[in-house]
Design a protein around this ligand. Structure first.
Ligand code: SF4
Ligand code: SF4
Length: 302
């Protein structure tokens, strides 16, 4: 098990630049690499979601260093040392639950993907059955968050409710912090960028303090400027050259409803798809997926 932790730290050190890890973090990663037994396990649970954040994290594989994982389960279980991640683990049934309960007896980080259904006693979303009793996402998140060293919310749904919390959904979706009353490290995005997830988990694993913004509990090093701020189409915005159709080149999407000026995330600086492009470079406006109000239209201009 310690070997897997070492692999994750080696990977983070080798990929520090692409993950956006500050040079000051490297000595801590090296120290954690030398003493991997002190880092916690990861328990990854998923509630009301599309699994898009897991799929997004899987894209990290394409940018791996020489120490990089071969596929997503390799990253999750052999590098990040996940003890429970139901969607991807090979263990099932009682064996999976045993793995979860064993991890619960150790120091662990809880990673949550998806919102939490709260009405009908949470019975619209059960995670597993234990001794003949269905354990709901609501029960699991309350129990596991209470014992975790840190709770990381991956994606807008677990951070704020996101798409499942909108419209006529009768299941009463809430965010993890709303359900538990426990402060969470929020990585909003629909999906969350894989670098945001890997870098944050690396920091938590090696005991680095993560500074969060006061309003939405996001790491300030990842969420501090609007998409608009470093958008390559910003000069076109300043000149008033506005697109009249999706996909137009050489135009700004503001008049098509682009939410870049209302959305704090580093997409335009970091890029997606291993830095190859991102929404606006691909010819569509930003829809504000990293904002608390997403997918509604109550976004605030920053
Ligand atoms: S496309 Fe959107 S983010 Fe880019 S400059 Fe125009 S309004 Fe700003
Ligand atoms: S550019 Fe906007 S819509 Fe696209 S991923 Fe970033 S925050 Fe989400």
């Amino acid at each position: 098990m310690n070997i897997s932790r070492r692999k994750f730290f080696k990977y983070c050190i080798g990929s520090a630049a692409s993950l956006g890890l500050a040079p000051a973090l490297l000595p801590k990663l090296v120290k954690a690499l030398e003493n991997p037994g002190v880092v916690p396990n990861i328990i990854w649970i998923e509630g009301a979601s599309c699994s898009g954040c897991s799929v997004s994290l899987a894209n990290l594989i394409g940018d791996c260093s020489e120490y990089g994982p071969t596929d997503f389960p390799d990253l999750l279980f052999n590098y990040m040392n996940a003890s429970f991640a139901k969607t991807f683990m090979t263990a099932a049934g009682d064996h999976a639950v045993e793995s979860l309960r064993a991890a619960q007896q150790t120091d662990y980080i809880l990673v949550v993907e998806g919102g939490v259904p709260t009405v009908f006693n949470g019975m619209t979303c059960t995670l597993f059955s234990e001794n003949g009793v269905d354990v709901t996402m609501l029960d699991a998140v309350n129990e596991l968050a209470a014992g975790a060293q840190a709770v990381v919310c991956v994606g807008t749904c677990s951070s704020y409710g996101g798409i499942p919390a909108t419209g006529e959904n009768l299941t009463g979706i809430k965010s993890v912090s709303e359900c538990t009353g426990i402060p969470t490290i929020n990585l909003p995005g629909c999906p969350a960028h894989p670098d945001w997830v890997a870098a944050t988990i690396a920091k938590v694993l090696c005991g680095e303090e993560i500074v969060l913004d006061q309003t939405d509990n996001r790491p300030v090093d990842l969420y501090h400027r609007t998409v608009h701020y470093t958008c390559p189409r910003r000069p076109l915005y300043e000149k008033g050259h506005f697109a009249t159709a999706i996909g137009q080149e050489g135009k700004c999407f503001y008049e098509l409803g682009c939410r870049g000026p209302y959305t704090i995330a580093d997409c335009s600086a970091r890029g997606w798809n291993n830095g190859f492009n991102y929404c606006i470079q691909a010819g569509v406006p930003c829809v504000g997926c990293a904002e608390k109000a997403f997918p509604g239209d109550q976004l605030i201009k920053h």
